[in-house]
Structures are given as structure tokens and as C-alpha cells.
Design a protein around this ligand. Structure first.
Ligand SMILES: CC(C)(COP(=O)(O)OP(=O)(O)OC[C@H]1O[C@@H](n2cnc3c(N)ncnc32)[C@H](O)[C@@H]1OP(=O)(O)O)[C@@H](O)C(=O)NCCC(=O)NCCS
Length: 154
């Protein structure tokens, strides 16, 4: 099977939105700011990561198609992003620091996945604004059980 990780294009918008909608998520910006994993030209995962400063990145979206889960697709994409997060941001950039952090807010059910990929749970106050307060007052908070997570490369 031919697997590629690339930026999404406008032709992929409906397919990508459908993947996110299945989890009650929606795209976090322009379609071409998102990363997709394609297997034989079918999108099996989508994500978005943003660079917040020289050494800080935040994953805004991350999801694997229902029928492609538990096959290592998510870990493969995550490890690629963690090795070189700047490459997957729009505009792509390089961290000028050898050490950097990648943060995210995980749904409670996804915490084991993030831990398996090197993240540890942290306090929401350790996230950059506006992510530190993104769940405050959310009516879905109890169902979602969000956890702030951090990956540090030193
Ligand atoms: C979380 C998610 C991205 C993982 O992607 P994936 O391709 O299935 O992950 P991998 O196959 O690389 O790794 C799977 C492992 O992660 C862990 N894991 C993933 N989802 C899990 C869950 N809901 N509960 C417990 N462990 C989970 C398990 O250890 C699992 O191993 P297993 O399949 O042998 O049980 C995917 O399940 C998903 O898109 N979930 C819905 C959306 C979501 O929660 N996004 C994440 C942040 S909000």
C-alpha cells in the first residue's frame, strides 16, 4: 500500500471534512493548512499543527478515519510531526532551537494514544493562549473529558 503524508488541497476538502465530522470536529482553518495521510489516494487521517513561537507548536486537530484506526496510521503521522513539526505548519518553517515543545488538548479517550507517542498530561495553564482556556465553559466538557498534553524534545 502506498502511503503519503502531505498538505491537503482544495479537491480534498469534502473528504477531509467528512473525516472530521464523524468525530464532531471541523476544519481549523483553510483546507491547505491541514495535513493528510493518503493510502492509495484515499485520505485516512487529517491533522493541523500551528507554530506558536520558535520552539512551541500546537496540534489543533488530529483524527484517523474510523475504518483505518488501530493500524498504526495515527502513530506514524504523529511521529512524523513530532520529528519535525515545523515542516507540517503553514507556512512551513524550521525551529531555530534544538529543543521544542508540542502541545495539544486531547479528548479523554485519546490520552493513551498521546502517552504512547511520548506526550505527558500537563495543566491547562501550561498551554499558550487561547488554548489554555479553550475548554472553559464548554457544554461538552463532561462528555469530552479534555486533557492538556505536552511533548518535549530536548
Ligand atoms: C486517537 C486516534 C488518533 C489514534 O489513531 P490510530 O491510528 O487508531 O492509532 P494507532 O493505531 O497508531 O495506535 C493505536 C493505539 O493508541 C491507543 N489508543 C488509541 N485510541 C484509543 C482509545 N480510544 N482508547 C484507548 N487507547 C487508544 C491504543 O494503545 C491503541 O493501540 P491498539 O490499537 O493496539 O489498542 C484515533 O483513534 C482517532 O482519530 N480517534 C478519534 C478522534 C480523536 O480522538 N482524536 C485525537 C484527539 S482529540
Amino acid at each position: 500500500m502506498h502511503t503519503r503524508i502531505e498538505f491537503a488541497t482544495s479537491q480534498a476538502e469534502d473528504e477531509l471534512q467528512e473525516l472530521f465530522t464523524a468525530y464532531g470536529m471541523s476544519m481549523a482553518g483553510d483546507v491547505d493548512e491541514h495535513i493528510v495521510v493518503k493510502q492509495d489516494n484515499k485520505i485516512v487521517a487529517g491533522a493541523m499543527v500551528a507554530q506558536l513561537d520558535n520552539s512551541l507548536y500546537h496540534i489543533l486537530l488530529f483524527a484517523v478515519r474510523m475504518d483505518a484506526r488501530s493500524q498504526g496510521v495515527g502513530s506514524r503521522l504523529m511521529q512524523a510531526m513530532l520529528r519535525n513539526p515545523g515542516r507540517y505548519c503553514q507556512p512551513p518553517g524550521e525551529s531555530s532551537d534544538a529543543s521544542y515543545q508540542v502541545t495539544t488538548v486531547a479528548r479523554g479517550t485519546a490520552v493513551p494514544f498521546y502517552e504512547q507517542n511520548g506526550f505527558i498530561a500537563c495543566d491547562f495553564s501550561e498551554l499558550a493562549y487561547p488554548f489554555d482556556t479553550q475548554c472553559t465553559g464548554c457544554s461538552d466538557k463532561n462528555r469530552c473529558n479534555p486533557v492538556a498534553m505536552m511533548f518535549a524534545r530536548s
